[in-house]
Design a protein around this ligand. Sequence first.
Ligand code: GDP
Ligand code: MG
Length: 163
Amino acid sequence: MSFTLAIVGRPNVGKSTLFNRLVGKKLALVDDQPGVTRDLREGEGRIADLRFTVIDSAGLEEATDDSLQGRMRRLTERAVEMADVCLFMIDARAGLLPADEVFADILRKKNANVILAANKAEGKAADATILEAYALGLGEPIRLSAEHGEGLLDLYNALTPIA
Ligand code: GDP
Ligand code: MG
């Protein structure tokens, strides 16, 4: 049986970078610049023998006013509803920010099946955030480096029971 994985989390944590790595094509737009308009993107993801549908929940990357935040929330909710499991991504370098709580809230309210992932976890700088992340109450975070392709074995192991 195949399943659908939605990658959710605040802007700039590395969702599209992971999406591109899982899909193996540059389908999602990765951009350092804030303010780029995006939508939900869907592709065929793959880690070794695991095949699944992957959704990159993006929306508006610079959610500064209320309407943009609302739109982002709706897009995330839609992605969660489409998915069997959500990869909730935080940025291990930036640490936990208030915006991360907004996404954690959506996932709790939707009763989503969540895999917590701390991205940009290459190197020791990530350790403090990994510890903080336990406080989200969403289980043990997986250490990922979407850019360097690290942590995919742990992601594979987390996804295997769902497949
Ligand atoms: P999104 O807004 O969540 O989709 O984030 P992007 O995928 O667009 O990435 C935002 C920025 O983080 C880009 O500059 C990426 O190159 C960078 N990035 C993504 N993954 C990693 C990672 O594993 N390590 C580091 N150091 N940077 C990363
Ligand atoms: Mg993105």
